[in-house]
Design a protein around this ligand. Structure first.
Ligand code: NAD
Length: 467
């Protein structure tokens, strides 16, 4: 049966967001541009729905399992729509859909069971966990479905209801996902709202919301934290990254080059924990640049719906302008493009996969988050110098170390100031592990049981052992 198309959101006053296909730069559909006052009724309904949803853990498990099945069954509708509005190759969109279903299944089975807590005194204390209430999620455009599910799967499993706002650049697949999930979830347990920045700002500040979980840029994260301070709602922030990959002296360049390249260029580099800078020993630097440049020159760039494409377009015009700006500034500062370095001719937001060398270490393409298909490769003389450079920004999301001696690589990885460090690969996450940035990359934890508890409050009942 075909997946039903989402209806226009009730209550919108006719305003709409035009949704562009980044492969052409042209609008192909629209979504409601909901206005902040509409949130009052939406959050009120989420509150009503919470009473029933929090009360029955077994019913929640059943509903979340059914939701996972429904997502899987709708894959052939969700994935092409996601590619159309986001730009990524179709295979990556299917992977997002699969991850969304897997995450629902994972959290459906987690059980925050009560347990005794004791300090040895003759008092029986039992720790139970309580749902928070209606919670809000605000997500960006790089992984619309996967990041939405990282919010709603643990929140709903914990017994909360949720109001979720996708990016105005990518509202369509998320709205369709909402329609699909509505076939398995009770009414108003998960509501998708679409609109621009003021809608997000109001959602973050709304007094009816008990937890605001946000993924996006650091400046918007700060604004969200400030807005949520009004109601003292809990805040989880998953923010930008500038992950470094450190290659060690004993690295086998040819063996790791493919993996390293795709760790930087998957989803056109628009991944919070993509490799965003490479540090190579001076002796190997030109070999590394050459190996990566060769892959950048031969990677197939094209519309995500074309099955030959390995890299799609940048998602939107402002982001393309940002990528162009960082690249132009690096080139003006003396960097050289070993591959790419420019926008591709023709329609759409395509940028040539770019490898930069001779980049000044204080160039913004190194110190800030480029979030696009551009990778600076920097030489280092001593390992301490490389570790200091890797740790020398305000970011602290992830990092990786690449070499043949795994024990040595692991020892270096332990020195990275970040939430996740990989050895000989990058950006692979298990559903069962905690995911948390440090420094300006985040506040709070997602993933695994920690992600569930981030959506719960501890509730302790004390009673004496005797009457
Ligand atoms: P963004 O911060 O511009 O927007 C994110 C979301 O916030 C959008 O839905 C947007 O409409 C909304 N928003 C904008 N202004 C708001 C406000 N004042 N109040 C509330 N909501 C508001 O980010 P983006 O450009 O969409 O995404 C790219 C950024 O996301 C990058 O920095 C990337 O590293 C980061 N990111 C982080 C993670 C992570 O897990 N750490 C994952 C993916 C992306």
């Amino acid at each position: 049966m075909p997946t039903p198309r989402p209806r226009r959101a009730p209550g919108t006053r006719g305003e709409h967001l035009a949704v562009l296909d980044p492969a052409t730069g042209e609008a192909f559909d629209e979504a409601p541009d909901q206005q902040p006052p509409e949130l009052d009724a939406v959050i009120d309904r989420a509150h009503q729905a919470w009473r029933g949803w929090r009360a029955d853990p077994a019913a929640r498990t059943t509903a979340l399992r059914a939701a996972a099945d429904a997502v899987e069954a709708a894959g052939t509708d969700l994935a092409p729509l996601l590619t159309r509005e986001q730009g990524k190759p179709l295979a990556e969109s299917y992977a997002e859909v699969a991850r969304t279903a897997a995450r629902l299944r994972y959290f459906a089975e987690l059980d925050p069971a009560p347990r005794p807590v004791t300090d040895g005194r003759p008092v029986h204390s039992e720790l139970r966990w309580r749902a928070l209430g209606p919670v809000a999620a605000i997500v960006p455009w790089n992984f619309p479905l996967q990041l939405a599910s990282a919010k709603f799967a643990p929140a709903l499993a914990a017994g909360n209801t949720m109001v979720l706002k996708p990016s105005p650049f990518t509202p369509l697949a998320t709205r369709l996902l909402g329609t699909v999930l509505a076939t398995a979830l009770p009414e108003d347990v998960l509501t998708i709202v679409t609109g621009r920045e003021p809608l997000g700002a109001r959602l973050a500040a709304h007094p009816g919301i008990r937890h605001v979980t946000f993924t996006g840029s650091i400046p918007t994260g700060r604004a969200v934290a400030k807005a949520a301070a009004a109601s003292l709602a809990r805040v989880t922030l998953e923010l930008g990254g500038n992950d470094a990959a450190i290659l060690l002296e004993d690295v086998d360049v040819e063996r790791i080059a493919d993996r390293l390249f795709w760790a930087a260029f998957r989803n056109c580099g628009q991944v919070c924990m993509a490799v965003k800078r490479v540090y190579a020993p001076a002796r190997l630097h030109s070999h590394v640049v050459e190996a990566l440049a060769q892959r950048a020159k031969t990677a197939v760039v094209g519309a995500g719906l074309d099955p030959r494409s390995q890299l799609g377009p940048v998602n939107n015009a402002p982001q393309l302008a940002r990528v162009e700006h960082y690249t132009a500034q690096a080139l003006a500062d003396g960097a050289r493009a070993a591959a790419g370095g420019h926008r591709l001719a023709g329609p759409g937001y395509f940028f040539a996969p770019t490898i930069l060398t001779d980049v000044p270490p204080d160039s913004p393409v190194v110190t800030e988050e480029q979030f696009g298909p551009v990778l600076p490769v920097l030489p280092y003389r001593t390992l301490d110098e490389a570790v200091d450079a890797a740790n020398g920004t305000g970011f602290g999301l992830g990092g990786s170390v690449w070499g043949t001696d795994l024990d040595r690589a692991e020892a270096v990885a332990g020195r990275l100031e970040c939430g996740t460090a990989w050895i000989n690969h990058h950006a692979e996450l298990s559903l069962a592990q905690p995911f948390a940035g440090i420094k300006e990359s985040g506040v709070g934890v997602a993933g695994g049981p920690w992600g569930l508890y981030q959506n719960l409050s501890p509730f302790v009942v004390h009673r004496p052992q005797e009457a």
